[in-house]
Design a protein around this ligand. Structure first.
Ligand code: URP
Ligand code: ZN
Ligand code: ZN
Length: 471
C-alpha cells in the first residue's frame, strides 16, 4: 500500500501566513505533511502532481453564493443548480461554497427551509458546502428557532435593508441582532436604503429614464453609505458583530474602517464586480447592460476601484466573495418585452433581476491583477471566510492533520499565456459572464478537494464528480 494518496511536489506553497518551497503529502483526505522541497523523493504515492514551480494554495472558500433559490426578489429564475454552480466553482479553484437557505415571507420554520436546501444540495455538489440562512420574516417564533441553528451547523444569516420582498425595518433588524447575539450567530447585512432607491426609481421612470444604466443612478453611493452607517449603529446598539456584504462604495468602506478603528466588531465583504465593472458597463448597447446589473451597482470609475482595492489591502474587507447570483438573461429580456410594451422600448431597469455570475472567475481575475500580497490573497479569498463562518482550520489552511486536503495549484509564472475570459469556456449554467473579454494571466491548473483531484485544466477538465462535495 502507498504511503500517501497524493503528493504535490515542486510548488511554492502560499498560505495566509507563510510562503515557502514545500512538497505537500496527502493521506485520507487530509494534509499529512509539508516537507522541504525535494525531501519526499522516493516516497510512494498513488499519484504525484508536479507543480513545476507554480503556487500551491488552500482551496478557495466562496462565502456568498446564490444557487437554486426561488425567485425571492420577484423576478428572474436561477440559472444554476447546486450541480452546475459548484462544478463551475472547482474549475475556478474554489473548493468550499456557502450558499443561502432562503426563507420566503410565508415560511414559518427555518428548520424546514434548511431541510429543503439540504435536499437540493445533497449528492449534487462538486465542492464542500455550507449554508447561511436568508431571513425575510423574523417573527417571534422564527427568532425562537435560533438556538437550534448551531446544532444544525449554521452560524450565520443574511438580512436585507432593501428589496420589497425582503426589506426589514430598523426595529426588526434590532430584533434579529438581539436574537443573533444570544446564540453567537453572525448577521450579514445587505446595506442599501430601500426607501430612497425605490423613490429614486419612481422619479427616474416618471422622466422616462429607464435603461439599465439608470439602475446605478437610482442607487448612488449615498444610498449605500447611509445604510452602512445605520447598520453599524444598530450593531453598536446591540453590541454584536455584523458583516456588511458586497460593499461597492469607498465612502461606505470608510464608515466601516472608522467603526473598526473604534474597536467595533464590524466585518465587511467585497466582490470582483466592484473591482472590475463600472457604471459604463451598464450602458452597453442594446440591453447588454442588463448583464452587469447588481446591487449595489458598479460604481463610477477607477477611483472607486482604487478605494475598494485599498480596503482589501489594509484589512477593512475581511472577505472577497463572488456574490454569484446566476440569472437567466432571457428573464431580463422577457421583463423588458412583456411588462413594458411600447411605452419604453428599451425596457425598464426595475424589472432586471439583480445579480451577476462570477463563482469561476473570482480567483483568476483577482489573482491576475497582482495587487494583493500573495498571503493577503489567500487570506481574503479563503482563510478569513473559513474562520468567520466556523470551518477553520478544516478549510482555509494547510495544517497537517487538521486541514482537509483542499488545494489549488496555479500555473508557474509565465507558463500560461494571457488570455481573455469567454463565457463559452466557463462551466456555470448562465448564458453570459459580465467579465467577458477581461484579460487573465493565470488560472487554476489543478483543484483538489479532500485529496481528490477534481479539476485538471490541461487534461479532461472536470474530473471530480457531483456528490463528492459534503456539507
Ligand atoms: O445584486 C445582487 N447582489 N444580487 C444578489 C442578491 C444579493 O443581494 O446578494
Ligand atoms: Zn445582497
Ligand atoms: Zn448575494
Amino acid at each position: 500500500m502507498s504511503s500517501y494518496d497524493l503528493l504535490i511536489v515542486n510548488g511554492l506553497v502560499v498560505t495566509a501566513s507563510d510562503i515557502g518551497h514545500y512538497d505537500v503529502a496527502i493521506k485520507s483526505e487530509k494534509i499529512a505533511l509539508l516537507a522541504p522541497r525535494g525531501s519526499l523523493a522516493g516516497i510512494e504515492a498513488d499519484k504525484v502532481i508536479d507543480a513545476e514551480g507554480g503556487y500551491v494554495m488552500p482551496g478557495g472558500v466562496d462565502a456568498h453564493v446564490h444557487l437554486e433559490e426561488p425567485p425571492l426578489f420577484g423576478k428572474g429564475r436561477s440559472a444554476d443548480t447546486y450541480e452546475t454552480g459548484t462544478r463551475s466553482a472547482i474549475c475556478g479553484g474554489t473548493t468550499t461554497v456557502i450558499t443561502f437557505a432562503p426563507q420566503s415571507k410565508d415560511r414559518t420554520s427555518l428548520l424546514s427551509v434548511l431541510e429543503e436546501t439540504h435536499k437540493k444540495a445533497e449528492n449534487n455538489c462538486y465542492t464542500d458546502y455550507s449554508f447561511h440562512l436568508l431571513l425575510s420574516n423574523p417573527t417571534p417564533s422564527i427568532l425562537n428557532e435560533f438556538p437550534k441553528l448551531r446544532n444544525e451547523g449554521i452560524s450565520s444569516l443574511k438580512i436585507y435593508m432593501t428589496y420589497e420582498a425582503l426589506q426589514l425595518r430598523d426595529n426588526q433588524i434590532l430584533d434579529v441582532l438581539l436574537a443573533a447575539r444570544k446564540d453567537s450567530i453572525t448577521t450579514m447585512i445587505h446595506a442599501e436604503n430601500g426607501d430612497i432607491l425605490s423613490w429614486m426609481t419612481d422619479q427616474l421612470e416618471q422622466r422616462g429614464l429607464v435603461e439599465p444604466k439608470y439602475h446605478a443612478t437610482s442607487r448612488p453611493q449615498l444610498v449605500e453609505t447611509e445604510a452602512t452607517n445605520r447598520a453599524i449603529t444598530l450593531s453598536e446598539m446591540i453590541d454584536t458583530p455584523i458583516l456588511i456584504v458586497h460593499v461597492s462604495s469607498p465612502s461606505a468602506a470608510m464608515h466601516i474602517r472608522n467603526a473598526q478603528t473604534r474597536g467595533l466588531p464590524i466585518y465587511a465583504e467585497t466582490c470582483p464586480q466592484y473591482l472590475f465593472l463600472t457604471r459604463d458597463d451598464l450602458d452597453k448597447p442594446g440591453f447588454e447592460g442588463a448583464k452587469c446589473v447588481c446591487s449595489p451597482p458598479p460604481r463610477e470609475g477607477k477611483e472607486d476601484h482604487k478605494g475598494i482595492w485599498l480596503g482589501l489591502q489594509n484589512g477593512t474587507f475581511t472577505v472577497l466573495s463572488s456574490d454569484h447570483c446566476p440569472f437567466v438573461y432571457e428573464d431580463a429580456e422577457l421583463g423588458k418585452k412583456s411588462v413594458i410594451g411600447a411605452e419604453f422600448p428599451l425596457g425598464r431597469f426595475r424589472y432586471i433581476p439583480n445579480g451577476c455570475p462570477g463563482i469561476e472567475t473570482r480567483l483568476p481575475l483577482v489573482f491576475s491583477e497582482e495587487r494583493l500580497e500573495l498571503t493577503k490573497f489567500v487570506e481574503v479569498t479563503s482563510t478569513n471566510a473559513a474562520k468567520l463562518y466556523g470551518v477553520y482550520p478544516r478549510k482555509g489552511a494547510l495544517l497537517p492533520g487538521l486541514s482537509d486536503a483542499d488545494l489549488v495549484v496555479w500555473y508557474p509564472p509565465g507558463r500560461l499565456e494571457e488570455w481573455r475570459v469567454r463565457n463559452q469556456d466557463l462551466h456555470h449554467g448562465v448564458d453570459y459572464t459580465p467579465f467577458e473579454g477581461r484579460l487573465v494571466r493565470n488560472w487554476p491548473r489543478y483543484t483538489v478537494l479532500r485529496g481528490k483531484v477534481v479539476w485538471e485544466r490541461d487534461g479532461v477538465g472536470v474530473v471530480g464528480g457531483k456528490g463528492w462535495g459534503r456539507f
